[in-house]
Design a protein around this ligand. Structure first.
Ligand code: PMP
Length: 435
């Protein structure tokens, strides 16, 4: 196939690096999402809205390390903050002021009587939020949406079939479909006596919540005294106060990651002080012997360099920039829809704000079941065709504050040419996608 031939010819050094990697890394990679056949691209550098690979190919970035780099690569303000912090050392081994400053910034954005804990990843933010919710309620069962990703750990597999998870752990996780308020309410009511928390990504994998869904989950959890965790590791970028502000539904716990670290490893979770009680050191026992009910540690938690980079990243996110990000997201969604219309093809374009996606299915993508109707092979070939044309696009397409209208037009032109190239193949393979 021409798409593959061109990809191979363009990326010889990446191909060699991948062959080498297979001798020391399982399947040659460290993040499943960053592996794709015939081999991933090895990136050498990034600048603004572009990445350059090991072969010297420069592409417009529509991935930004899976939504982490909201200001693109190497933003001067972030680099300056990092360099200043690095001039004082790397990791220091005690609390630092940058940790307090970033916590203050996030508390201000979330509002209310919030308290924050930092972790090195979004995975750990969710894990610690669930631990804290279990300790706070004295209950152990959690409920999540079918197909939702909350990090690589065993209490939250995508689906109940997970082969790695011991039965005892499986017994403590329940599932309901995203965007199904009735199923959520029923499940919560039925298991109210053992549920500690319900964890929901407000915009599940870029799908948007239908009116009433988040509200129903909020009402049912509140009515039954169960804690609601919003996983805002990705969706926090949607407004100054995250998706919860955008959709007007307030959880008990908020988990964050990605953009709040300015390009460094990060996670955090927040909740009003009363829900963080298990982490509090009882004041009466101060100073030496007191310890919290729930131990919480991590050598690299609140890494000062991450905190400085994160603060610089968040400070730049003004109202005007959120508006520009959402406008750019609209531009990408509208552009992709007209590319498909012009080609006489049916596929689903979705997303919210600065997140967008294209799914090769003739159904609206609104939950796990409908998302699995998408043709993954077409998605893969589309991405390779885009790479061949100078656009770096993967599973979670998104725009940054440094992507220009001209970049967006170039990316949409690449989409037009890729769709044209793949059209005969799509007609053959997926006639239901031809209008
Ligand atoms: N939650 C969601 C919704 C995510 O998308 C991700 C990562 N893509 C995580 C949690 C895990 O975050 P991390 O990769 O930083 O561990």
């Amino acid at each position: 196939m021409n798409v593959l031939k061109q990809y191979r010819a363009q990326n010889k050094k990446s191909q060699q690096l991948f062959a080498r990697a297979q001798k020391s890394l399982p399947s040659g990679n460290t993040r499943s999402a960053l592996y794709w056949p015939p081999h991933p691209l090895y990136l050498a550098s990034g600048a603004g809205a572009r990445v350059t690979d090991a072969d010297g190919n420069t592409r417009i970035d529509l991935n930004y390390n899976n939504t982490a780099l909201i200001h693109g690569h190497n933003h001067p303000e972030i680099i300056k903050a990092v360099q200043e912090q690095l001039s004082r050392g790397t990791v220091l081994g005690a609390p630092t002021e940058p940790e307090v400053k970033l916590a203050e910034e996030l508390v201000k954005r979330l509002g209310g009587n919030q308290r924050i804990r930092f972790t090195p990843s979004g995975t750990e933010a969710n894990l610690q939020a669930v631990r804290t919710a279990r300790a706070a309620t004295g209950r152990h069962v959690i409920a999540k949406c079918l197909g939702a990703y909350h990090g690589s750990w065993d209490a939250v597999p995508l689906t109940p079939e997970a082969p790695d998870v011991p039965q005892g752990v499986k017994d403590n996780t329940l599932y309901f479909p995203y965007n199904d308020p009735d199923a959520a309410e029923k499940l919560i009511r039925k298991h109210r006596d053992k549920l500690a928390a319900v964890i929901v990504e407000p915009t599940m994998r870029d799908m948007t919540p239908e009116p009433g869904f988040l509200e129903a989950v909020r009402e049912a959890t509140e009515a039954n005294d169960i804690l609601l965790v919003f996983d805002e590791v990705i969706s926090f970028r949607l407004s100054p106060g995250g998706a919860q502000r955008l959709y007007g539904v307030t959880p008990d716990f908020t988990t964050m990651g990605k953009i709040i670290g300015g390009g460094f490893p990060v996670g955090a979770y927040a909740a009003p002080e009363e829900h963080m009680a298990p982490l509090m050191i009882p004041e009466a026992e101060l100073p030496a012997t007191a310890s919290p009910a729930l131990g919480f540690s991590g050598t690299f938690n609140a890494h000062p360099v991450t905190m400085a980079a994160g603060l610089a990243s968040m400070k730049m996110l003004t109202q005007a920039r959120y508006k520009a990000l959402a406008d750019m997201g609209d531009r990408m969604r509208a552009g992709l829809r007209s590319v498909l219309d012009e080609a006489g093809l049916r596929a689903y374009v979705g997303g919210a704000g600065s997140l967008f996606f294209l799914s090769w299915t003739n159904q609206p993508v609104r939950d796990h079941a409908s998302s699995t109707t998408a043709d993954r092979a077409l998605s893969h070939l589309f991405n390779l065709g885009m790479m061949n044309r100078g656009v770096f696009i993967l599973g979670h397409p998104n725009v940054s504050t440094v992507l220009t209208k001209a970049d967006a037009e170039t990316a949409l032109e690449a989409a037009r040419a890729t769709v044209e190239e793949l059209k005969p193949f799509i007609r053959d393979r997926a006639p239901h996608l031809t209008a």
